[in-house]
Ligand binder design. Structure first.
Ligand code: UD1
Ligand code: CA
Length: 457
């Protein structure tokens, strides 16, 4: 296989985003925008991938920290796309083969398209191949100028185009394949005598034509793919298209999505067959959901592993938690980080959990807070139970053995334990450890004053 390197341009600020965050770091379907073109380049077989960075360089580098195939090249001042590519030369030192040039703001680009373009470029032994698209509204893009015989002769930017050139509907995607020898020998030869006073990468094409080298333009079938994000309207549009692709992937894998336009599944989520997802759900990157689950409307899940046949009822929020099989959650439950639930566990409405382990078959059906607790199997936690885990300074643990029955309205003042098979009576405040097989009860004895209401009147 011929070698392939990529250069991804990402030094610009993205002024039109009107943001404190640079454009390429805005998340699209759960991952920073720049991760998308980088993934496409890798999938196409590129190694290394050189990122040209400038604004917020450290934050961009952090996205790919530890990745052996990523190299970064600094562009201190943004003098144009041609200058940006020149900055990448040092990082490509010693490389020979094809160089793919991409922009960091094209999250919709597919690796299949890059592969097609690469074969086309290599089969024709071109010096430069540019990916183009036909646009109904080409405004803002560079236009592909062809001679009467149809050969590409140059690219003219919007701001430099005469009225006739502005009529051209074939636009430059900003994505190119170049022969490394040609690129290295000529990139420093381009000037900046144009409307923006910038070094235009696009001028390389005219330069190759002047030298009589083969230059080609390949039109994409799907103009969406090369959409460059410049503002937040386009950001939302790109996210919508990516979500649709992601949802289609899951549906084709056997997941039922009731309303794909109203289902927000990030990149990097795994879902088993016959799972049903209702509208308004938000599922974050890294989540794994088993098969045969039902996720009701308005559920938010991030960083979770969910086993088979679980039922997550409406409006529940699940964060960094693990559920075994056949677990029922909600409606309106909140699993906070570190919640580990065994099979057949039930967590009902208005229950909040945090850092707990709950054994097989245990239930907390209503209005409860369970934090920093270890709960055994077949435990019943009554309505209104509270683990009092915080004394204002430190967090303390509650341990509840197997087969325990906790009545309603119980407070467990941690650190405290309830031994296996014990019963804690309703209304009890547990402050000392309960031995196994016992009854714990702490209540003020009840007095009935007969006729008291009648005397008051
Ligand atoms: C560029 C092309 C245009 C094409 C369009 C496709 C040029 C001169 N024009 O225009 O023909 O239709 O892309 O979207 O190449 N960047 C740097 N350093 C710089 C300048 C830019 O890293 O000095 C990066 C930006 O961060 C961005 C990318 O290069 O990711 C493209 O730059 P941008 O200013 O958006 O180029 P366009 O004007 O859109
Ligand atoms: Ca752009």
């Amino acid at each position: 296989m011929e070698s392939l390197a990529s250069v991804v341009l990402a030094a610009g600020k993205g002024t039109r985003m009107k943001s404190g965050l640079i454009k390429v770091l805005h998340p699209v379907a759960g991952v920073p925008m720049i991760a998308w073109p980088v993934a496409a380049a890798r999938d196409a077989g590129s190694d290394p991938v050189v990122l040209v960075i400038g604004h917020q360089a450290n934050a961009v580098q952090a996205v790919f920290r530890g990745a052996p195939d990523i190299r970064c090249a600094m562009q201190e001042e943004q003098l144009g796309t041609g200058h940006a590519v020149a900055c990448a030369l040092e990082a490509l030192n010693g490389f020979r083969g094809t160089v793919l040039i991409l922009c960091g703001d094209t999250p919709l680009l597919r690796s299949e398209t890059l592969k097609t373009m690469l074969s086309f470029h290599r089969d024709n032994k071109a010096a430069i191949t540019v990916l183009t698209a036909l646009m109904d509204d080409p405004y803002g893009y560079g236009r592909i100028v062809r001679d009467p015989s149809g050969r590409v002769i140059r690219i003219v930017e919007q701001k430099d185009a005469d009225p006739e050139e502005q009529e051209i509907r074939e636009i430059n995607s900003g994505i190119y394949c170049m022969d490394s020898d040609f690129l290295f020998a000529n990139i420093r030869g381009i000037g900046n005598d144009n409307a923006q006073g910038e070094y235009y990468l696009t001028d390389l094409l005219a330069l190759a034509v002047r030298k009589g080298l083969p230059c080609l333009a390949l039109a994409t079938a799907d103009a969406d793919e090369i959409m460059g994000i410049n503002d937040r309207v386009q950001l939302a549009e790109a996210a919508r298209i990516l979500r649709r692709r992601i949802n289609q992937g899951h549906m084709l894998n056997g997941v039922t999505i009731i309303d794909p336009d109203a289902t927000y599944i990030d990149h990097g989520v795994t879902i088993g067959t016959d799972t049903v997802i209702h509208p308004g759900c938000q599922i974050g990157t890294g989540t794994v959901i088993g098969s045969g689950c039902e996720i009701e409307q308005g559920v938010s899940i991030s960083g979770c592993r969910i086993g088979d046949d679980c039922h997550i009822k409406a409006a529940s929020v699940l964060e960094d938690s693990e559920l075994s099989e056949d677990v029922a959650i909600g409606p309106m439950a909140h699993l906070r980080p570190g919640t580990l639930l065994g099979s057949h566990v039930k967590i009902g409405n208005f229950v909040e959990t945090k850092k707990i382990v709950m054994g097989e078959g245990s239930k907390a059906s209503h209005l409860t807070y369970l934090g920093d607790a270890e709960i055994g199997r077949n435990v019943n936690i009554g309505c209104g139970t509270i683990t009092c885990n915080y004394d204002g300074v430190k967090k303390h643990r509650t341990v509840i053995g197997d087969d325990v029955f906790i009545g309603s309205d119980v407070q467990l003042v941690a650190p405290v334990s309830v031994g296996r098979n014990s019963l804690v009576a309703a209304g009890t405040t547990v402050t000392t450890d309960v031995p196994p097989d016992s009854l714990a009860i702490s209540r003020v004895p009840q007095i009935n004053k007969e006729g008291w209401r009648l005397k008051k009147k």
